[in-house]
Design a protein around this ligand. Structure first.
Ligand code: SAH
Length: 277
């Protein structure tokens, strides 16, 4: 993990100077970059929030093992004036503050410098409740890129011109409003990183799990064989792999039909499509 924010200047400015997340640029440029390893660059006002939960368990181990990389870019470093301001009041009035386009623009230029020019290879994404809803297909697409740059908003969001100017893709975690983009970024990085080769120990679990084939996953059970008077379904104890696979498929279909009619409709349509001569 690197914290690449470029600002030796910050050393001499007020209370920011003592923050441990602000490192001299020498250190940052010396941080080794693992060539060819998928990388998430995250522009945020709260770099200390990363890796956060991504530092735990499988994603954390994979990060340590150099199977993916994280670069935190501290938006504050690009702020203007003595106080490194990043935001201002909304044009036209109203509540809250808006992140300035010049400040965000410089952070984006810094982040995108040296990345592949084709956005397929290196998406530039703004976490936003107005964005396209994040899903498994997007995680799959991103995991095939060489890396991604994510912009975490705060306050009322970022000046719209910056999104327009850089052709930023807006992506939402869901139909609710968070205080900032950091949690959304971590959720999306998690979903993407676990699809990278070698990150999950058991690659088969990716093939079968919810959303990978347009169905939700079948129910899972483990020991004890009976718990609170509830036995594990008999077929799972039978050792008959064919029957188990059949049962799991049926349960996945039933759960999807019951809980997600929208997914079920798409699944049925795709099955019909597959059977066309
Ligand atoms: N005023 C904005 C909301 C700002 S919330 C609006 O109504 O659209 C502050 C920041 O949190 C946003 O800039 C965005 O980066 C992040 N955020 C909030 N909800 C989100 C969601 N559902 N998905 C992804 N990011 C979100």
């Amino acid at each position: 993990m690197t914290d690449s924010t470029p600002s030796p200047k910050a050393k001499s400015h007020g209370r920011l100077a003592s923050r441990p997340t602000l490192r001299p640029s020498e250190l940052m440029t010396n941080t080794p970059d693992l060539a060819g390893v998928w990388k998430a660059k995250v522009i945020t006002l709260f770099p200390e929030a990363f890796p956060g939960v991504l530092g735990e368990s499988l994603t954390g181990k994979a990060l340590q093992d150099g199977k993916w990389q994280l670069e935190k870019i501290h938006l504050r470093e690009f702020g203007v004036g003595k106080h490194k301001n990043v935001d201002d009041t909304p044009a036209g009035g109203g509540a809250g503050m808006v992140i300035r386009p010049d400040v965000m623009g410089e952070a984006i230029d810094f982040a995108m410098n040296g990345t592949p020019p084709d956005r397929q290879d290196w998406p530039l994404v703004y976490l936003s409740p107005r964005g396209k809803r994040f899903d498994q297909a997007m995680a799959q697409r991103w995991s095939k890129a060489r890396g991604i740059t994510m912009i975490c908003g705060r306050f009322e969001g970022v000046d719209d011109r910056v999104l327009y100017h850089y052709g930023v893709e807006e992506v939402s975690l869901g139909d609710f409003v968070l205080t900032g983009g950091e949690i959304a970024a971590q959720a999306m990085i998690d979903a993407t990183v676990r699809l990278l080769p070698d990150v999950l120990g058991n690659a088969e679990s990716i093939e079968e799990e919810s959303h990978s084939h347009g169905l939700l996953e079948h129910p899972q059970f483990t020991r004890p064989a009976e718990w609170n008077g509830l036995p594990i379904p008999e077929v799972l104890m039978s050792g008959h792999h064919g029957k188990i696979a059949e049962w799991r498929q049926k349960m996945a279909e039933k759960i999807t039909r019951d809980r997600r009619p929208d997914m079920w409709e798409r699944y049925e349509a795709s099955q019909k499509g597959n059977h066309k001569p």
